[in-house]
Design a protein around this ligand. Structure first.
Ligand SMILES: Cc1ncc(COP(=O)(O)O)c(C=O)c1O
Length: 384
């Protein structure tokens, strides 16, 4: 933390003495891991073919590290695909949906985006089960003879699924989890997941550009036995001559990847490997607990996610008493100008509020240092 002189500002509100050392609380791209420095990245693979021995080795190393840290069983494949999490999830939807009825769960902006694409682009008329911002839909309503689309952690409302207990082991349909702000922060029961996607920019603090696609055996079976009615662009094609393109899951990417983004992801994954999967989860948990204490101490702050059992421990969304969009904007601007907190305004489609990233790359001391700055910004923004 950085020491500051305590001084009332123009509005009369006193500025706290210390500010977060790394004031990066964006929910994506998220804070780089502690100690990260661009000069620390390996660069031998840059300026080389991604199909060279070295390029393939680095891609395979990245995949192996992800597998280890996700505790992904051998039954599941994991590969790097274009287009960040959106690319990976769209690829799954476009290649596998249409074989059976679909249910889509939506309780915030990103889940709603998958509904829109299923309805307007794929025209598959899904059953949609919705909940308002702050709540989770009734998971018991899901008909598992359908393929089911859901978001593991709703980044824009701070509501997540509690676990995978609600997904039956003997489901007929496939489970599709957009898990981009959930992986590396929660233990995932992979036996219940047929398709999962994420991008490095969230809990790892990596870069966008590439998505990660995880496929269970039933998803592979679907890909090899079903051809969608619609055309597929080359970047979505996972099957050649009726067989899964296995190379994608060994580092032979469909098209040219950014090896800089890959090296950056490797740096983050090697940092994460030293902590281990439980260590990563523990860092998110500690951050979320620190933020929860801040909320508990302030009557004007609250959680948008009403049920603690389904409250996010990564993208924590907060309500601010009496706040409208303009007040939140002023608070976020004041915090940014002070270098005390960047990117803490809630998502544009969510109810006006704050959103504080609590993933593993954030240090708990920085969350703790944020509390007094929120007091200051609230007072200053209201006085302005
Ligand atoms: C739940 C969820 N899905 C999808 C996305 C889109 O991710 P990307 O920009 O990596 O494609 C995000 C990004 O914030 C997200 O939080």
């Amino acid at each position: 933390m950085t020491d500051l002189a305590t001084a009332p500002d123009a509005t009369g509100a006193s500025k706290p003495d210390t500010r977060p050392a790394r004031p990066f609380f964006s929910s994506g791209p998220c804070a780089k891991p502690p100690g990260w420095n661009a000069a620390g990245l390996a660069t031998d693979s840059l300026g080389r073919s991604h199909r060279s021995k070295l390029g393939k080795q680095r891609l395979a190393h990245c995949i192996a590290l992800m597998r280890e840290l996700l505790r992904l069983p051998d039954t599941h494949r994991i590969g790097i695909v274009p287009g960040s999490d959106t690319g990976a999830f769209e690829m799954a939807m476009w290649t596998m949906l249409g074989a059976r009825p679909v249910t889509a769960l939506a309780w915030e902006s990103f889940g709603e985006g998958w509904v829109t694409d299923a309805v307007k682009q794929l025209r598959i008329d899904p059953t949609v089960i919705r909940a308002d911002y702050g709540a989770l839909p009734d998971l018991a309503q899901v008909d598992w003879s359908h393929d089911v689309l859901f978001t593991w952690n709703g980044t824009t409302s701070g509501v997540r699924v509690p676990d995978a207990e609600w997904i039956p082991a003997d489901r007929e349909g496939l489970s599709f989890a957009d898990a981009t702000s959930g992986v590396f922060a929660y233990d995932i029961d992979w036996g219940k997941i047929d398709v999962a996607t994420f991008s490095w920019q969230k809990v790892l603090g990596g870069e966008g550009a590439h998505g990660v696609l995880i496929l269970g055996p039933r998803a592979v079976e679907r890909l090899e036995s079903y051809t969608p009615a619609w055309p597929l662009p080359k970047v979505f094609r996972l099957v050649a001559k009726g067989k899964l393109a296995e190379g994608v899951f060994a580092g032979e990417t469909i098209n040219t990847p950014s090896m800089l983004a890959v090296e950056d992801a490797i740096w983050a994954l090697e940092w994460a490997r030293d902590l281990g999967p439980d260590g990563l989860i523990a860092r998110s948990d500690a951050n979320a607990a620190a933020l929860d204490r801040i909320v508990g101490e302030r009557p004007w702050l609250g959680h948008l996610a009403t049920d603690p059992a389904t409250r996010s421990r990564t993208s924590v969304c907060l309500t601010v008493e009496g706040a409208d969009e303009a007040l939140i904007k002023r608070m976020a601007k004041l915090l940014e100008e002070e270098g005390a907190a960047f990117d803490v305004a809630g998502y544009r489609d969510a109810p006006p509020g704050l959103r504080i990233w609590c993933g593993a790359t954030v240090d708990t001391a920085d969350i703790e240092a944020l509390g007094p700055w929120l007091d200051w910004a609230y007072a200053a923004a209201r006085a302005a």
